[in-house]
Design a protein around this ligand. Structure first.
Ligand SMILES: *Cc1c(COP(=O)(O)O)cnc(C)c1O
Length: 374
């Protein structure tokens, strides 16, 4: 793709992936795990030796994400957690890491356990305290998530990048590369669970890391870790991901519009105590989100229902379009009663997390209207 191509163009054309062999406008799926050599023992293609190193379908999906992210290099992993783990595994024993509090629970759980086993000093800090903590502790690595899940806290990537020499890693899953290009704001590595909006059809598990500085030691170590430890995305998943990403900008645009409209509706409803969404002016992180996010505020929001556990569960049980399931960023809307899933994280019993899909907004609002009735 030309360097000036816009996200919608990059995505629709899958960054130029075609099938030169058949002339297909869609790249072929090539599932081979190994690649043959000619009679002089020279590989037919020097970049295709064994599928744990790389494969054409993987490179095609990575190229779309690399261009969308404005990155120098992108690596896909078999899940978001595999990407996070590959990155943390590069830390030496005795290192210091700062982790944002109140983020995706799977990250917190794994990072705590890993740092404990590896004598890595782990400091957890609220979004508002990250800057002061990074300054006071001189960590090797700072890991943040913006907007965060499920509180939709926003962190100013630029001010954190400027303030600290630490490797700044940003989980931008809820923003997608369409709404926030974290590397442009100074992050060294940006991570996404591609399982969420990037794939968007709730049928591929994948994770991705991108960097603007592939020569950095940490990135070299991540690349080597993926190849030698083997946490690599399979060709079929990569092919599905490339297919799904053709509509990523469209989906994100519609999901953000729907989420904004639903957030405003719910905030005005007398059965709703509060709504957490970066696109709402009263939201704590709205000013940062306005600076850092372009084209919308994403598909994720959390709602506090007036009352307690029973009131929230009643609403959740009455919703018909919003499927009761975990995860986010898919074309279908989902709801989750977080306290049932993770009671130990201090989540309020009246909180409902909502992932808004691409359905007609009038149908989505009507569903909440009936679910909130007496
Ligand atoms: C889902 C998610 C992850 C983990 O990704 P998986 O693909 O499920 O392994 C990490 N961070 C955030 C913000 C997520 O939503």
């Amino acid at each position: 793709m030309t360097k000036s191509a816009k996200p919608a163009t990059i995505a629709a054309h899958a960054a130029g992936a075609l099938d030169p062999q058949s002339g297909g406008v869609v790249p072929a799926l090539q599932p081979s795990t190994t690649f043959y050599r000619d009679a002089s023992y020279t590989p037919i293609r020097s970049d295709n030796i064994y599928a744990r190193d790389n494969s054409d379908n993987l490179r095609q999906a990575e190229e779309v994400l690399r261009q969308l992210e404005g990155a120098a290099e992108t690596l896909l992993f078999p899940s978001g957690m595999a990407a996070i783990a590959a990155m943390f595994r590069t830390l030496p024993n005795g290192a210091t890491a700062v982790l944002q509090s109140g983020i995706y629970w799977g990250t917190t759980e794994w990072v705590r356990d890993f740092c404990n086993r590896r004598q890595i000093k782990l400091i957890e800090a609220e979004a508002d305290d990250l800057l002061a903590t990074a300054n006071a502790q001189s960590p090797d690595l700072v890991f943040i998530e913006t907007p965060s899940n499920p509180w939709l806290e926003t962190v100013d990537i630029r001010s954190l990048a400027n303030a600290s020499d630490a490797t700044l890693v940003v989980d931008a899953t809820a923003a997608t590369p369409i709404l926030t290009r974290a590397l442009d704001h100074g992050a060294e590595i940006v991570m996404h669970s591609a399982t969420k909006a990037i794939n968007g059809h709730s049928d591929v598990l994948a994770g991705v890391l991108s960097t603007a500085a592939p020569e950095a030691q940490i990135w070299q170590n991540i690349r080597l870790d993926r190849k030698t430890a083997g946490a690599i995305l399979g060709p079929f998943e990569a092919w599905l991901l490339t297919r799904a990403m053709r509509t990523l900008p469209l989906r994100v645009e519609r999901m953000s519009q729907n989420a904004q409209a639903l957030a405003e509706y719910l905030l005005s409803h007398n059965k709703v105590a509060d709504v957490f969404y970066p696109g709402l002016p009263h939201h704590k992180g709205h000013a940062i989100a306005q600076r850092q996010m372009t084209g919308g505020y994403g598909s994720l929001l959390s709602v506090l229902i007036e009352g307690g556990r029973e009131d929230a569960l009643r609403v959740v049980s009455r919703l018909e379009l919003f499927l009761r399931a975990t995860s986010l960023g898919g074309v279908e809307s989902l709801v989750e009663h977080r306290h049932t899933i993770e009671p130990h994280t201090g989540i309020p019993e009246n909180l409902i997390r909502v992932s808004v899909g691409i359905e007609d907004i009038n149908d989505l609002i009507a569903d909440w209207t009936q679910a909130l009735e007496d």
